[in-house]
Design a protein around this ligand. Structure first.
Ligand SMILES: *Cc1c(COP(=O)(O)O)cnc(C)c1O
Length: 495
């Protein structure tokens, strides 16, 4: 493909993408394909002779599009929606056109400098303390691929710091602390690094928030056993239910354990800090006072296309001390003089994508105001859904709804006390089975301390009130269907 052919194919691609977005509403959210479907269309090896690009472009339309789950569909309420924007897409396009693995300043000055500034923009948008800004020259922010990479990175940094301060500590005694509601990134970091992970219990009556007393008891118990917890991954907005660990209490405990690194995983809910009214509930003050690191994904609710996980640390030297390896060919005048950030020492790889462009385009085009509007709208729409669930006689919230997430289940009126947890779970599995058999809407399931639940999350850019009302109607209709079937099986002939 030469430059003129690219121009033509590029215009066609943009036209087709526009068409895709115009027709998105009319598509089913979930594709109608069976596992292995693509094998029928794509040969098992690459062609020997090059093919005409038009054929390739058409095959995307014909074979790939029908196999996509449409995350940008307004009726996509599963997992955590990825709020994708055209600004972000254009950022990605420029990024791949420059194709710069900006590992240090001199490898492409704009890549490092824009990331340094964008991470400061983002920190200020969320209200993070100036200590986390790159301009502080002490802490700083860096873009990572995912929240799991961010967590793995800080565990590595925390481990190095702990080992520098406790040369006698044996690796097998080190423990990563999480709660039972922490995302699997905690367990994964333990697997990758060969470290123990302890999941501390959280309770339904605490709305699944990690409490100070439980943490304190775990620390005491482990100290007796000679174990060395060196990092706590606390969550602000858990994946299952949007629970928020009790940072004020954790701060109290952490005061007595200065060796415990506290990482805040706010992968989903962190971007809601952009709205001042959410900052108290999300414990911004405590994060600013004592967290060693903080992570939120702009690629979930934050209008930036995947991938863009934002990580800030209170003290950048902990990353660099853990990760710096400088072979001669990577040395440069600017980096050696400490004038520029060397981002290769702030993540696990060497090369990195030019992702800051996406946030730059999004924040300038939306403005902080537009960004907050998007966050507030999702919360309002979820409140609408949660309100409808609360008014229903057969559906109820399992735990208070959290920002843009509701967790609910079917609980038939008047029989709650007569039904065992297992019987209720069975009804709800059947409700979820019916919902997932539909293709016009997508939700996900979860399990909260043994309770089978269904989650609905608002966040896709094109979701509005009609889609949320429709989602409620669909859930209510399927729930009625489950009840009817259930009454038939439990009815005795004399009824
Ligand atoms: C989604 C999510 C993650 C995982 O995010 P990745 O970027 O996919 O690794 C981690 N923690 C929480 C709380 C999440 O919601």
């Amino acid at each position: 493909m030469d430059i003129e052919q690219f121009r033509k194919a590029g215009y066609q691609a943009v036209d087709r993408i526009c068409e895709y977005y115009y027709t998105l509403q009319n598509r089913s959210v979930i594709p109608k394909v069976e596992p292995g479907y693509l094998k029928n269309y794509i040969p098992p090896c690459a062609p020997e002779a090059g093919e005409d690009f038009q054929l390739i472009a058409d095959d995307y339309q014909n074979f790939i599009l029908p196999g996509l789950t449409h995350w940008q569909h307004p009726s996509f309420f599963a997992y955590f929606p990825t709020a994708c924007t055209f600004e972000g897409m254009i950022g990605d396009l420029y990024s791949s056109s420059a194709c710069n693995p900006g590992f240090n300043w001199s490898s492409s000055p704009a890549c490092t400098e824009l990331e340094v500034t964008m991470m400061d923009w983002a920190a200020q948008l969320l209200g993070l303390s100036p200590v986390f800004l790159n301009s502080s020259a002490i802490g700083g922010g860096v873009i990572q691929t995912s929240a799991s990479d961010s967590a793995l990175l800080v565990v590595v940094a925390a481990r190095s710091l702990y080992q520098r301060n406790h040369a006698e500590a044996k690796l097998e005694d080190l423990v990563i602390y999480t709660s039972t509601q922490t995302h699997s990134l905690g367990v994964k970091a333990g697997l990758v690094l060969g470290l123990q992970v302890r999941a501390i219990n959280v309770k339904l009556e605490d709305e699944f928030s990690l409490r100070g007393d439980t943490l304190k008891a775990a620390l005491k118990e482990d100290a007796k056993l000679g174990k060395r917890p060196f990092i706590l991954i606390a969550t602000v907005g858990t994946t299952s239910s949007g629970a928020i660990d009790n940072l004020p209490e954790i701060q109290e405990v952490a005061r007595e354990h200065p060796d415990l690194w506290v990482h805040i995983d706010a992968a989903w809910a962190g971007v809601a800090l952009s709205c001042p009214e959410n900052r108290g509930k999300l414990y911004l003050r405590e994060t600013n006072d004592f967290a060693d690191s903080f992570c939120t994904n702009f690629h979930k609710w934050g209008l930036v296309n995947f991938d863009f996980s934002a990580l800030w640390v209170r003290d950048r030297s902990n990353l660099v001390d853990a990760l710096e390896v400088t072979p001669v060919f990577l040395r440069s005048k600017q980096d050696d003089s400490g004038m520029a950030i060397d981002y290769r020492n702030w993540h696990l790889g060497l090369g990195r994508r030019f992702r800051s462009l996406k946030l730059w385009f999004v924040l300038r085009s939306f403005g902080a105001e537009g960004f907050r509007k998007h966050i507030r709208r999702a919360i309002e729409l979820n409140n609408l859904f949660a309100g409808l669930i609360s008014e229903s006689k057969i559906l109820s919230l399992v735990t208070p709804s959290s920002f843009a997430l509701s967790v609910f289940r079917l609980v038939p009126a008047g029989v709650q006390d007569d039904l065992s947890l297992e019987a209720l779970n069975e009804l709800n599995r059947s409700l979820f089975g019916r919902l997932s058999a539909r293709q016009d809407i997508m939700l996900t399931q979860t399990n909260l301390n043994g309770i089978f639940c269904i989650r609905l999350v608002v966040g896709a850019v094109r979701t509005d009130e009609q889609h949320v009302r429709n989602a409620y109607d669909v859930v209510a209709e399927e729930a009625e269907g489950v009840l009817q079937a259930w009454h038939q099986t439990t009815a005795t002939p004399s009824d």
